[in-house]
Design a protein. Structure first.
Length: 255
């Protein structure tokens, strides 16, 4: 698990000067359809569900407070912190395994734990596309102010599409996470019926250097779109071969 650097995909530990949080009226509104009718696409008699959760309180203890379904419409402020740090102890998931989260000392971090469950009767491969609203931000500036915690142990992440993608008249930067599992957890990325992946996306926050002009670029809501795709595992030797033969490499918003 690591903070994804948009260009290099390496963990950064950069010290920042503490500044007062910027008071804004904008809210974060992740676009997701939990009934699976909009944000899930499948091929080959596969049935999956995209599951999105959050902690009931921003705490270092999942065991104490537990998880609940992700809710939209949160106030999303630039974070307040001295340095970007990580919790010393990884968090355990209901599906097993663990992930390292941003330190609880960082204020205004948004939890968005994205899982995919195989609800069908056949073994499946899955991947999830993420589109992060960009406004008029250059890719370099987006890289600087958007901090994203991802699971790169069980998921293989693509390079970012550094050219903004227009979705419903709004610019987004797009990236894809493909579930590859590990030798001990869903080897090769195959998910049996009734099983759930480890989470892909974990958390995000705006840098404390984000200014009001950049916030205003996003309008009244900040949107992140997550779309999961599922493919039959039967007949394919690898997850990449399965998706190459079905959906291909193009993202869901390709015109």
């Amino acid at each position: 698990m690591k903070k994804i650097n948009v260009k290099k995909a390496v963990l950064l530990g950069i010290a920042y000067t503490l500044v007062a949080a910027i008071a804004i009226s904008a809210t974060i509104a992740f676009l997701t359809d939990r009934d699976g009718k909009v944000n899930v696409f499948t091929f080959g008699q596969i049935k999956i569900e995209q599951v999105e959760l959050q902690r009931k309180a921003q705490t270092r203890s999942l065991d104490e407070y537990g998880l609940e379904p992700f809710t939209n419409g949160k106030a999303f402020y630039p974070a307040v912190y001295d340095t970007i740090e990580w919790d010393a102890e990884p968090q355990m998931w209901p599906t097993g395994g663990s992930s390292t989260l941003f330190s609880g000392d960082i204020q205004n971090v948004i939890d968005k734990f994205v899982f995919v469950e195989n609800t069908g009767k056949n073994e499946a491969y899955v991947r999830t596309w993420f589109a992060f609203e960009a406004g008029e931000l250059s890719f370099d500036r987006f890289d600087e102010i958007m901090h994203i915690n991802i699971n790169d142990t069980h998921w293989t992440w693509s390079e970012w599409d550094t050219t903004p993608v227009e979705i419903d008249g709004v610019n987004y930067y797009v990236i894809c996470a493909t579930y590859t599992g590990t030798d001990s957890v869903h080897p090769g990325g195959k998910i049996a019926t009734g099983e759930t992946t480890r989470p892909s996306l974990l958390q995000l926050f705006f840098d404390n250097d984000t200014d009001m002009e950049e916030i205003n670029m996003m309008g009244e809501e900040y949107n992140v779109i997550a779309i999961s795709q599922g493919v039959q595992a039967a007949g394919f030797k690898t997850v990449d071969a399965a998706f190459d033969a079905t959906f291909g490499s193009a993202h869901p918003w390709t015109k």
